[in-house]
Design a protein around this ligand. Structure first.
Ligand code: FES
Ligand code: FE
Length: 399
């Protein structure tokens, strides 16, 4: 599709309405999504605790790209493009592991853990090894969370740090550990997956398990009254009193959107679990449960929900025009022991059932959107954030 035709589709969108079908199906729009959103935004790759020792690595794959996230000899994290500088083979094949060097499986070129080319047999004397190190992508670490950006000149990350560091500090995510990580395959365009995450209009009908403990389903006024009590307890519990301040989920600088909000838990729930009771030791320097939880967003496609005893990170990426993946990471206090201080199945229960339910509704959303009878409908007031995302998305796609 040429830009002129695409611009006509963009112009066609009614304000406060869902997107036209073409945005959820068209292959050329999918490729533009990858180029204009995913190759230019800060994207969560993983957590430093997943690669604690030198040589530990995991791969982050997105569209045609693959990045080796590896701890180097100097105990630093490198984010290397997984493309051999000889004839382009993938260097790392296994999705995670530990190695003392990176050896290409094709002709055996060997790279150090920081990407420097160390061995290339049978190359002549004039060959300059130093010009063929593995390429890398930009990387920033926020409280142990590794974010990468494929752009040559990425949008700024500092405003994200500035806005979130105070509120994240009590959770000590830099010394937290990954208790579990799961991927959910979704038979739907990535935007339907992400749009679903950005609204809680569907929570009451689709998520009874979530709705009985979380105040986001109540509507703004009721929620804010309850939130006053939570905020009054924040300092005593060791949490920040910062509320919604400087929230730019999709605005300001391209792709460096960030947001932060708090909302109350309901009916005696202290955390996101099946019975609302604690599922792990308190995070970081938090002293007690304040009766609330914290939502934060880093870049356009990574979200997190911080409870006092665990933090759940969600990342949405496309796999094709018609399929996407939701990747969920559960973080707990770094000192907590699996099977002693927490039970993994209890810890992950709520967001596993909730994500399975989301997968179901998102996939049925795609089936309906595929119909010739589909036409974009109006958003409710509970979908304001979705509307923001969709408007930002169209701006990114426009010429
Ligand atoms: Fe890697 Fe030849 S492609 S060594
Ligand atoms: Fe949901």
């Amino acid at each position: 599709m040429d830009q002129k035709t695409l611009n006509a589709f963009i112009a066609q969108r009614l304000p406060d309405h869902a997107l036209e079908q073409v945005f959820y199906k068209d292959e050329s729009i999918y490729r533009r999504d990858v180029d204009r959103i995913f190759m230019r935004s800060w994207v969560y790759a993983g957590h430093t605790s997943e690669i604690p020792k030198r040589g530990d690595y995991f791969l982050f794959n997105l569209a045609d790209e693959s990045v080796i996230i590896i701890r180097s000899e100097a105990d630093e994290i490198s984010t290397l493009i997984n493309v051999c500088r000889h004839r382009g083979s993938r260097v790392c094949i296994k999705s995670s592991g530990q190695t003392f060097r990176l050896t290409c499986p094709y002709h055996g070129w060997t790279y150090a853990l920081n990407g420097e080319l160390r061995g290339a047999a049978h190359m002549d004397d004039k060959f300059d090894k130093s010009s063929k190190n593995l390429k890398s992508v930009h990387m920033r670490i926020l409280e142990g969370m590794i974010y990468i950006n494929f752009a040559e000149n990425p949008c700024p990350f500092d405003p994200i740090v500035k806005d979130l560091e105070e509120v994240l500090k009590p959770y000590a995510l830099g010394s937290a550990k990954v208790a579990d990580r799961k991927k959910y395959f979704i038979n739907a365009n990535w935007k339907l997956s992400l749009e679903n995450y950005t609204e809680c209009y569907h929570c009451a009908p689709a998520h009874p398990e979530y709705s009985r403990g979380h105040g986001l389903t109540l509507g703004k006024e009721k929620m804010e009254t309850l939130l006053d009590d939570v905020m009054a307890r924040a300092s005593a519990c060791g949490l920040s009193k910062k509320y919604i301040d400087n929230s730019y989920p999709y605005g300001e600088e391209f792709g460096s959107g960030r947001a932060y909000t708090r909302y109350p838990m309901l009916r005696g729930h202290v955390t996101g679990s099946e019975d609302g009771k604690s599922v792990a030791p308190l995070m970081g320097s938090i002293k007690d449960y304040d009766g609330g939880c914290t939502d934060f967003q880093v870049g356009p496609i990574t979200f997190a929900l911080a409870y006092c005893d665990h933090v759940v990170i969600y990342r949405f990426i496309p796999l094709s025009a018609h399929t996407s993946e939701c990747d969920i990471t559960w973080l707990v206090n770094g000192a907590a022991a699996d099977g002693i201080d927490y039970d993994k199945s209890k810890l992950t229960w709520l967001w596993d059932v909730t994500t399975e339910a989301d997968k179901f509704i998102i996939e049925h959303n795609q089936l309906g959107v595929n119909s010739r009878y589909y036409e974009p409908g109006p958003y409710s007031e509970m979908e304001a954030f979705t509307d923001q995302f969709v408007s930002w998305y169209l701006e990114c796609l426009g010429s």
